[in-house]
Design a protein. Sequence first.
Length: 247
Amino acid sequence: MASFRKALRPIAAAVLTATIGLSSPAAHADQTDQIVFDVVLRGIKAGELRINGKIQGQGYGAKGVLMTTGIVGAVRKLRYDASVNGYTSGDSFTPTRYEETANTPDRNRKSTMVYQRGTPVSVSQTPPRKPRATDLDPARQGGTVDPLTALYSVLRNVDRAEACNRAVEMFDGSRRTKVTLGAPQSSGNQVVCAGEYRRIGGFSDREMAEKTRFPFTLTYSPAGNDRLEVTEISTDTVYGQGRLKRQ
């Protein structure tokens, strides 16, 4: 079976980085979020994404779980737990420490990234992973964000004026990706944004040859008080159509 995490990368990681930094120049209001999404591949529920996040003052923190469920989970049990802490400043989120634990039939591994002023200064894995020739130098990835910061920043509720019109880059410890999101379009009481995810570096020649650009659509729905919540992200993956659908 193809890697569950690899199939979801354009959905549950890079695609969602499209709206990092969506907040207005004013300071963030404190908020707490509990978010649950179904992960759907080729029309079949394949997994679940859960995020608990909090913004308080100029700090933020989040914990997330991505795991297989249903038929896919019965065949191949995969689970990724992550946590991040950082700070907000104006319209940006800056991580200070990111941790991820992967539990799969092939490996159990913990990864950690430590940041200084928005640049990863330490990337480690336990047990250690043999470096690949394609791995990018963390010291050259300043201004990027980690996967969980990306997810929480977009999946939390936002003001209507904060939707769409963004571009941002993400670094997961070895690979760099870029997402560009276009102008918001009204569709009834919803707001829809069309965008593109692009592989930048750290991928193998085979991965770059199979596909480098993934179009996607992100849909917001009203959440009350002129706020919006993301209710669906739909994109093409190398394994077919994939969606994140809010429970």
